[in-house]
Design a protein around this ligand. Sequence first.
Ligand SMILES: [Zn+2]
Length: 82
Amino acid sequence: MAGNYAPCPQCGDTNAQLLSFTWWGGLIGPKLLTHVKCPACGKRFNGKSGKDNTVGIALYMGAISIFVFVLVGAIAVMVAMN
Ligand SMILES: [Zn+2]
């Protein structure tokens, strides 16, 4: 029986499991990017495309950085107005 995700790009195993937590994405990142791990070889990849997720992770981290930057800026403005 095939798994729910694309086969592993490294060994072809089809039982990849969705990661629940990663250092770069916390609890939400892996779900947004369908970041799965192959149980046979340990390779981590995108479970939808079956490709490496490095670009997605970089974009995700970039988006989080901008979000934090804007949030900190907004708080700074609010503090300055008081
Ligand atoms: Zn594999």
